[in-house]
Design a protein around this ligand. Sequence first.
Ligand SMILES: NC(=O)CC[C@H](N)C(=O)O
Length: 201
Amino acid sequence: MSESPVIGVLALQGDVREHLIALAAADAVARPVRRPEELAEADGLVIPGGESTTISKLAVLFGLMEPLRARVRDGMPVYGTCAGMIMLADKILDPRSGQETVGGIDMIVRRNAFGRQNESFEAAVDVKGVAGDPVEGVFIRAPWVESVGAGAEVLAEHDGHIVAVRQGNALATSFHPELTGDHRVHGLFVDMVHAWRTAES
Ligand SMILES: NC(=O)CC[C@H](N)C(=O)O
């Protein structure tokens, strides 16, 4: 395979460090991204879990919202977990005031759908494209996807609710593979970045 891709982790708020570790374990060069210049150098980007309204407001404040939208529109691979999934939704069912999204996936997301912090849970999830045993899904005040448009593919469901979606080069999960030590979902994302780089070069 060609040399390791550089994958950024949007480092405004949330579990940035865990994603940097998971990406490195999946053979990517992982870097925090806080400035537009850092985003420009990345071959792909992870938007971490955390608090989506905070991440949204900081992205606007740091001048990153428009550059993020532009790169996603151009096809840069992007992966969002939990709050990151919310950031990739074209529509949020119950946005807080001032909450914007990057968009990129034709889906409607319901924030905190699986309940509050103390209703967080783990469950085995079968994810299309991840071979072998189910993934251990860690759900923390997790969103679910109410519905997807024609262009988006459902990769996983839990309890009848959509929890993983892909549309082109955008991938999103309600749960947090970065917290489990199982790096297969990050591996899937790194493969998407390799494929995109090869297609672009
Ligand atoms: N673990 C998470 O990322 C929780 C997401 C949070 N409920 C939000 O709305 O942003």
